[in-house]
Design a protein around this ligand. Sequence first.
Ligand SMILES: Cc1cc2nc3c(=O)[nH]c(=O)nc-3n(C[C@H](O)[C@H](O)[C@H](O)COP(=O)(O)O)c2cc1C
Length: 589
Amino acid sequence: MDTEQPAAATSVQPDSPEPIDRVMAYHLRTKHQFNRYAKSSGFLDWANQPNPFRRFEGAQLIPLPLLNPEDEPQSPSYEALYQAGAATTQPLTNRTISRFLELALGLSAWKRAGESEWALRNNPSSGNLHPTEGYLVLPPIDGLELRPGLYHYAPKDHGLELRIEYSHDRITRLLAGFPPGSFLFGLTSVHWREAWKYGERAFRYCNHDVGHALGSARFAAATLGWTMLLLDGADQNQIARVLGTHRTEDFGEAEPEHPDCLAVIWPAEGVKHDASFVTRTEPTAIPMSLDPDLVKELAAGPWHGKANQLSREHSIHWNLIDEVAEASWKTNWEPRTVPLADPPIARSEPLHASRTTSDAGQIIRQRRSAVSFDARTAISSATLFRILQRLMPRAGTPQLTRPMPWDLLPWEPAIHLLLFIHRVEGLKPGLYVLARDAEQLPFLKNSMNPDLEWAPAPGCPTDLPLYWLLQGDAKRLAAQVSCHQGIAGDSAFSLGMLAEFEGRLRRGGAWWYPRLFWEAGLIGQVLYLEAEAAGVRGTGIGCFFDDPVHEIVGIKDLMLQSLYHFTIGGPVDDGRLLTLPAYYHLQRG
Ligand SMILES: Cc1cc2nc3c(=O)[nH]c(=O)nc-3n(C[C@H](O)[C@H](O)[C@H](O)COP(=O)(O)O)c2cc1C
């Protein structure tokens, strides 16, 4: 198969200066093909492996309390996260912030093999390179012993670095339109960390990781009875100012951070907050962006700390990553709001009988990627249906009544699943499709080979739009299109995430490109946790041959594109690795 001019390239103007054409050209160019992987250096420059831990030298580090799983605040059961009001709403304190950051972005374990030791985290990352950095914007809150300001989270030290202190008045005014007790959570990416290994395709992986980190933060917030919403109306210049990534003077020779997103988090039920500066009433709608003038005032400084350099040398600079980052930069500020639900918490009703009694923290901490599968373990169709039900965002429903974690993303679902069913009792092996928005079914059918079956999957709940397309053994095929990785065929099932691609980008703009990966990453995060809850294990698959996947179901153009793959089954552990506790290296009382 020759790949110089991919079949799907027809609608893209390769030399056009338009952002939309540039992001699509990036996408085409970074496809893996059977005979050509996307461009990378082709070797690993171990001497310059990027440090996975960013620090801001000179910024004050405020250690957070190191909590044991059984310490207060304890997490509710995993199943309770999905049930209306089942998790007790916790006030914002240093202990709850500590728990939130631990479960969202903290360490889950250390692994040791011979002389090497490396940390794993509660959020996964392609190649364990962890390009994502986390930030908090904290207003004055009663009971929270942290000064109002912007803090960078340092996961290895489990502490917060104070980048800028805010005046009470300014930060209170900035957050005045949000529910009482609100604070902001921000994510940035150090593209270099991923590009070091993956070259040009790395922008995709960084954005998958943003989606995973958003997901792990949403789950962490849910354990504390907190709600979270992406501030998707903000433009990226605002996000840069809030998170300090525009401060070239603080980065110097150090690798820059790309400002990805900001989300607001608040206690689902009112808790005490500092009302001494502005008299606040409960809002009826949540703004999707911040006041640009107040953001400017807030960023005036003084700022603290200089970013550490993560690699001594950067032998290759990946210009294409800078180009796609610029082309997909969101420049429009949208002062829109999302109405708050009334009553505020009318979430999804529980699904079938619960499978796990484990607490949510345990499921989150035990999440790992399987490195191989036993090619034997089967799951029941009921388990599969349940996992898939957790991926249904209930398109069209009011934002804050969508089931957790889909209440986080303020857009209609853009991603559907192409499933390779291998070992699911009660279902014939073969190819299936899950339409995450049932209204898109005609579009999905029209985008694929007209000879496919599209029969409802036998025994499937009526509210789950799961269709059977083709019967047959897809184990070898799944592994083959997943860069020949056995994990895609030795599992119970694997899948490709098919994004409504060109239509969304042309309607929404080039800045939609990263968002499609965020949604894919969030799907991956739910799958990781659901796999643990079902007693099996998952692994994200970023390495797959793009167009060969599309050809399986006859996708010919850019209307649907597979952006991320995933696999779930019975894991086989690598007995050569020693596992050490997450914070064994820190001794704090
Ligand atoms: C976006 C993404 C893509 C990934 N792609 C692959 C892959 O192609 N093959 C694989 O074996 N693991 C893959 N992984 C798993 C990572 O290697 C794993 O998350 C990382 O090593 C950290 O380990 P942990 O998930 O156990 O914390 C991927 C993970 C993510 C988040």
